[in-house]
Design a protein around this ligand. Structure first.
Ligand code: 3AT
Ligand code: MG
Length: 385
């Protein structure tokens, strides 16, 4: 009958590809938003430079990787190679002074100081006047008359005060996303799917956006045949490569960066993967629901073939790790190895119920795609008539 026949008919991914592209289009920031963010970045850098001459603002996160969705925040690091060994001592309390700079411009400002390194959260002023006509809004009252251009509204930034591997991994994923546009499309689609299905809340037992980026990268580099992306960490560095490109904080941070060579295809000897976005989305869900073993395996980017077991890493039972200020609960129910900080399980935010829901939702997604992608069988009445 038609049932078993249909099982072997290749799926037609036209609909899911179109749907995927429309999702990507609708979540992508507009050129206008991108322009407003670069001008905001420029002006923030200026403010920092006036406060501490020679200081730098280093962007990272989705702003750099290209994985930003509409309204995404800007992740920034304030850095300066200071002659003073203690740039954040009480005398020169830069985070507090910087917070004041933004306060007097009418920004919403929140300085988190209970963290190991302070984090300054700021949001550009919203220009609408207060709800009561005639009375100035809170923002207007706070704002000093600085005679500046108005700021673009409601752009949120997190400013950190210590360089870290987040900068390196943002540029790493930027390089990968420049290799093939399907990487960014997959990431934006999976990110949106995870938000729609309530699977993107690290504080409530599921995964961060960064975790989903690792899953997509693992799939495109190490799993799909032929691969969409070459493994850039396995191409050895030239002997004269500077140390700063090889190691950071004790971790191996080398990866191949010659985009022209990567996009020429010569690094993918198995031939070019020609699958459309829809097929990649379907095979991603299929892989994680039927091939990947959540109990014993680790999602990895750097390892050859992508096969890695929790046993090998000693990531087997939950344990407590005593940090500088708190005790962490390390869990390995969903094991996602960071590409550089290989001792860090990015999936440690996932609890049992979270992992079960992620798997269930992946199954549901694969089923829906199978249903809408199964061609109508030739012997069906509609065609036979
Ligand atoms: P959004 O567009 O803001 O949702 P993002 O990629 O900017 O996505 P975050 O703002 O949460 O993500 O994080 C900023 C960057 O910090 C992204 C990544 O380079 C780094 N990062 C985030 N979470 C982790 C993690 N668990 N381990 C290592 N690096 C991380
Ligand atoms: Mg961000």
């Amino acid at each position: 009958g038609g049932r078993s026949y249909r099982h072997f008919v290749p799926l037609d991914y036209t609909l899911i590809t179109d749907y995927g592209k429309s999702v990507v289009q609708s979540v992508s920031p507009t050129p206008d938003e991108i322009a407003m963010k670069s001008s905001t970045l420029r002006r923030i850098t200026e403010i920092c430079n006036n406060l501490v001459p020679g200081s730098q603002i280093i962007p990272f996160g989705s702003l750099v990787s290209g994985f930003a969705t509409k309204g995404a925040d800007m992740d920034l690091i304030f850095a300066h190679d200071s002659l003073h060994p203690q740039p954040f001592s009480h005398e020169s309390n830069i985070p507090v002074r910087l917070a004041n700079e933004f306060l007097k411009r009418g920004f919403e400002v929140d300085l988190l100081i209970r963290t190991r390194v302070p984090i300054l959260k700021i949001k550009t002023p919203s220009n609408e006047l207060g709800s009561r006509p005639g009375s100035p809004s809170a923002q207007e009252t706070l704002k000093e008359d600085l005679d500046e251009e108005p700021w673009p509204e409601n752009i949120s930034c997190d400013i950190g005060f210590k360089a870290h591997l987040g900068i390196t991994n943002s540029y790493f994923f930027r390089t990968y996303s420049q290799c093939d546009s399907r990487f960014r499309e997959m990431v934006l689609f999976i990110k949106q799917w995870s938000k729609n299905r309530d699977l993107n809340s690290p504080y409530f037992g599921t995964l961060s956006s960064y975790g989903y980026v690792l899953m997509v990268a693992h799939f495109l580099i190490n799993i799909v045949k032929p691969p969409v992306l070459p493994n850039l960490q396995l191409i050895p560095p030239e002997p004269d490569t500077p140390e700063s490109e090889l190691r950071q904080d004790g971790f191996d941070i080398w990866y191949f960066k010659d985009i022209a060579k990567i996009t020429s295809g010569e690094l993918l000897p198995g031939g070019k993967n020609e699958m459309g976005l829809g097929q990649l989305i379907y095979e991603f869900f299929q892989y994680f629901t039927t091939n990947f073993n959540f109990v014993s395996e680790v999602v990895t980017i750097r390892s050859l073939g992508g096969v890695m077991y929790k046993q090998h890493k000693g990531w087997t039972s939950a344990r407590e790790r005593v940090g500088e200020t708190t005790t962490y609960q390390d869990r390995y129910l969903l094991a996602l190895e960071d590409p550089f900080e290989i001792t860090h399980n990015v999936g440690r935010t996932c609890g049992g119920p979270g992992v079960r829901r992620i798997r269930g939702e992946m199954q549901r997604a694969a089923q829906i795609i199978r249903k809408i992608s199964t061609p109508v069988a030739p012997e069906s009445p509609a065609l036979a008539a």
